[in-house]
Design a protein around this ligand. Structure first.
Ligand code: AMP
Length: 211
């Protein structure tokens, strides 16, 4: 099963991705997580990506595509994968198709933008395993500590109110055209992301179980 999850920052892509990869035993590929891991390790790719991430801008397509294509050729992707945060532009979607990757389903998490800032500002993420929490909507069992691996949670530098606006502009301009792109290929399913986490997961499960 090869899946893509689409939606603006704060829609709940990361949270629903955790549910999907566990339920369907596929690899979770988050390009944002890969960039953050590279940054933590101080690689040239991570340092280059930081220049864009800090401003809420997309990392250039060439860098992102090369990294993604190499990642999905790894053995844990043989059973399938969920792409979370990729593609984010038409050029990235074209590159995925040109690489011969046949996508089974694209899930669009549709949310009212007025909800996003509060969701993003309150988000806390695990720098080790990538799990995401929210200080009030989805708090960890112990404040500040990841339920999954026990690492200390962090507030991402690009989850600040000033950067969120730029991220949403990038989404509107570069990523939204992918909705029409995948609709034309009859691959898109929309899921209402305004509801509680478990209800959104249930709606996703219904779509994926009918594939
Ligand atoms: P995310 O963790 O998905 O919210 O991504 C965080 C940041 O990483 C984004 O704001 C971009 O700067 C960068 N990024 C992640 N995925 C991509 C992508 N597919 N194309 C370009 N930039 C990306």
């Amino acid at each position: 099963m090869k899946l893509i999850i689409l939606g603006p920052a704060g829609a709940g892509k990361g949270t629903q991705s955790e549910f999907i990869v566990d339920a369907y035993s596929i690899a979770h590929i988050s390009t944002g997580d890969i960039f953050r891991k590279n940054l933590k390790e101080g690689t040239p790719l991570g340092l280059k990506a930081k220049e864009y991430m800090d401003g809420g801008l997309l990392v250039p397509d060439a860098l992102t595509v090369e990294m993604l294509i190499s990642r999905i050729s790894e053995s844990d992707c043989q059973n399938g994968y969920l792409l979370d945060g990729f593609p984010r532009s038409l050029a990235q979607a074209d590159a995925l198709e040109a690489a011969g990757e046949a996508i089974d389903q694209v899930l669009l998490i549709d949310v009212d933008y007025s909800l996003l800032t509060e969701r993003i500002v309150g988000r806390r993420v695990c720098p080790e395993c990538g799990a995401a929490f929210h200080i009030s909507n989805n708090p960890p069992k112990i404040e500040g500590i990841c339920d999954k691996c026990g690492a200390e949670l962090v507030h991402r530098p690009d989850d600040k109110e000033e950067t969120i606006k730029a991220r949403l502009v990038e989404y509107d301009e570069k990523t939204k055209p992918l909705i029409g792109y995948y609709e034309e290929k009859s691959l898109l399913a929309k899921v209402g992301g305004d509801k509680p986490i478990a209800q959104v997961s249930q709606a996703i499960k219904q779509i994926l179980d009918s594939l």
